[in-house]
Design a protein around this ligand. Structure first.
Ligand code: DGY
Length: 321
């Protein structure tokens, strides 16, 4: 009997074709809207495998509806949307998609850093709204990127790829991580700092640590107060690592210079989110890994690991061994 799987969103054809070779598939065939929870609860009842997204909360309630479930394959490197402890207890494998999105996400992180520091969105709006009357000496001046200090919080794959880009821009890179990375210090010329020192010294602070209970609101009012008034804060990891209300207040009071955010505490953010009223914030709709090549690679990787798990083989990117 072919295993039954459920796919919670329309995925690239190449990944779907891989899965079709071996599985019976039901899929929520939508690009934009996530599968409603009530439908998901019904769909998982008889499945062996689940192919899901970071927008799906896969918790105890969902897993209890799926007694046959063997593998959950998350099409993302982050897997904070899945109750991994519960899956482990139930003997359900959980997989993610690290590696293939590293450079694409680092590119976007750097683009966001440059946009926020050099006020690109504000400048573009300025021109389009007809405010550009003339060139003037201090018009739309921002913060330099070259020669500045970049503080990276979380020195995993993406942190390292951002550091590599920063080297090309002659930035001085410091980092904070749970454990020191002597090899990367050597390879990328990084200097280790504790979190407080990093916040004090950095011109740009980039958040790239995974989200979990320990990193919830890692950057709050106290931490933002430690930053320079000219500092720029970038987040391309998960929104809840930063206390959004504290960030809004700091930006509104010009306690820091700017922020670049690809992720938010609640996604999608409401149009009434006060951050959207500020000109010193660049906001993106969680597109860190959004290149055609990378999203296709992520979907194929998730598909291959789902198939491995269903075939009683060890998935390559198993997060709960
Ligand atoms: C991830 O993979 O966790 C990103 O946030 C989406 O690419």
């Amino acid at each position: 009997m072919r295993p039954k799987i459920y796919i919670t969103r329309k995925i690239p054809d190449e990944a779907l074709a891989l899965l079709k070779q071996e599985c019976e598939i039901n899929m929520w065939d939508e690009e934009e809207t996530p599968v409603p929870r009530e439908i998901l609860k019904k769909e998982v009842e008889n499945i062996d495998g689940l192919f899901c997204m970071l927008t799906d909360q896969i918790d105890q309630e969902i897993m209890e509806q799926a007694p046959r479930l063997k593998v959950i394959s998350n099409m993302a490197v982050g897997y904070n949307n899945i109750d991994v402890a519960d899956a482990t207890e139930k003997g359900v494998m959980v997989t993610n998609t690290p590696g293939v999105l590293t450079d694409t996400t680092a590119d976007l992180t750097f683009a966001l850093l440059m946009s926020a520091g050099r006020r690109l969105m504000e400048a573009s709006d300025y021109l389009r709204s007809g405010k550009w009357q003339s060139w003037s000496p201090m018009q739309l001046t921002g913060q330099d990127i070259h020669g500045s200090v970049l503080g990276i919080i979380g020195m995993g794959r993406i942190g390292q790829a951002v550091a590599k880009r920063a080297n090309g821009f002659n930035m001085n890179v410091i980092y904070y991580n749970r454990s020191r990375k002597p090899d990367q210090e050597q390879r990328l010329g990084l200097i280790y700092r504790d979190l407080e020192q990093l916040l004090h010294e950095s011109d740009y602070v980039v958040v790239l640590t995974p989200y979990n209970e320990e990193t919830h609101h890692l950057i709050g009012e106290r931490e933002i107060d430690m930053m320079k008034s000219t500092a720029v804060l970038i987040n391309t990891s998960r929104g809840s690592i930063i206390d959004e209300q504290a960030l809004y207040e700091a930006l509104n009071d010009n306690k820091i210079w700017a922020a670049g955010l690809d992720v938010f505490e609640k996604e999608p953010i409401g149009l009434d989110n006060p951050l959207l009223s500020l000109s010193n914030v660049v906001t993106l709709p969680h597109i860190g890994s959004a290149s055609i090549k990378t999203r296709t690679k992520m979907a194929k990787l998730a598909a291959k690991d789902l198939l491995k798990g269903l075939n009683e083989e060890k998935p390559v990117h198993l997060v709960n061994v």
